[in-house]
Design a protein around this ligand. Structure first.
Ligand code: C5P
Length: 315
């Protein structure tokens, strides 16, 4: 993610992500869950723009343009005030740097919310990068990553914004190099899911709730298929890789919304390499064999009343 100057303003594209693998290794004392996940940024993008305002009190700090009409179609309204992660991130940065937030941010939304696509986290990372540049703070990526982890578990991933394996609660980011360009069809159904509620449902269903120990958690992690999945993707063996994609939050999400099984079923009928829910849902995606297949299937699924359908590719 690279902020660039446009006249006296600053702009940055803020991409979505897909989880091609997500294992929940256990619950933690701080209320979060220990994860092992493969994240890939994709070209469904919001845009964030910053402009200085001559009279700071005359303009709102954050303006949101909602291109998907998220506000009218989502079960949850898009936060446009102090709760928006752009405000939380920039206020945290200003506080750390000992200054007042300055200027106006304009966020143009295309990424569906509460979809497992990481839109809010991506916006927060973009806001940190933009404000760091526009306000002349000059913090290193490392310092920004510390602030990012305070704002949200997925925010550090978006600072670098290449494919990565993320661990801990998501904030420990290890870059994964040399993955080929991948093509996807992403479907966001009309229903949205709250991350907190999906993890709570996972607790009810999971081994952790049944008394999984640290030792079993560690064994499962070591024996897990993430390394093999990464190698298969690197070598371009997408059909084999697709069969190894897994999301341990999927059954919890499917217990909360009938859309998960419906989308998995629709995607499974399209001869993709594999299909999966992303993050805590509710969006699901298919890993396509080619860009042509992704475009063709996206056109087909757009006519089926499944919600918002995107053909996209990894960044
Ligand atoms: O970190 P973030 O604000 O994105 O997390 C939102 C919610 O998702 C948390 O409050 C928590 O309920 C859940 N979560 C979790 N374990 C993680 C990440 C998120 O339980 N590793």
């Amino acid at each position: 993610m690279f902020p660039h100057k446009v006249g006296s303003a600053w702009e940055v594209h803020t991409p979505a992500k897909l989880n091609l693998y997500l294992d929940v290794l256990g619950s933690r004392a701080d209320g979060f869950h220990e994860l092992e996940t493969l994240l890939v940024p994709v070209r469904i993008c919001d845009q964030l723009r910053w402009e200085d305002s001559p009279n700071p009190t005359a303009t709102p700090f954050l303006r949101v343009r909602d291109l998907l009409e998220i506000g009218s179609t989502s079960t949850v309204p898009l936060a446009t005030g102090a709760d928006n992660l752009v405000c939380r991130a920039t206020e945290r940065l200003a506080q750390a740097a000992g200054m007042e937030p300055r200027g106006t941010f304009e966020l143009t939304k295309r990424i569906p919310v509460q979809a497992g696509l990481g839109g809010g986290s991506s916006n927060a990372a973009a806001a940190l990068l933009l404000a760091n540049a526009a306000w002349g703070i000059g913090y290193s990526r490392r310092r920004l990553a510390e602030l990012a982890a305070e704002v949200g578990s997925d925010v550090p991933f978006f600072l670098n914004c290449g494919a990565a394996v993320c661990r801990g609660r998501g904030e420990i980011v290890e870059a994964v190099s040399a993955l080929p360009r991948m093509h996807f069809v992403v479907v966001k159904p009309p229903a949205s899911l709250s991350t907190t509620e999906v993890f709570a449902k996972w607790e009810q269903h999971s081994g952790a709730a049944a008394g999984e120990t640290d030792e079993t958690v560690e064994r499962r992690s070591v024996a897990g298929g993430l390394g093999t999945l990464v190698e298969l993707l690197r070598s371009g063996a997408l059909a084999q890789a697709g069969r190894r994609m897994v999301n341990r939050l999927e059954s919890a999400a499917a217990a909360m919304s009938p859309w998960i099984d419906r989308l998995r079923h629709e995607l499974a009928g399209q001869s993709f390499c594999g299909q999966l829910m992303t993050g805590s849902g509710s969006a699901c995606f298919g890993l396509a064999r080619s860009a042509t297949q992704a475009r063709r299937v996206a056109r087909l699924l757009s006519g089926k009343d499944l919600g918002s359908v995107f053909a996209t590719s990894s960044c």
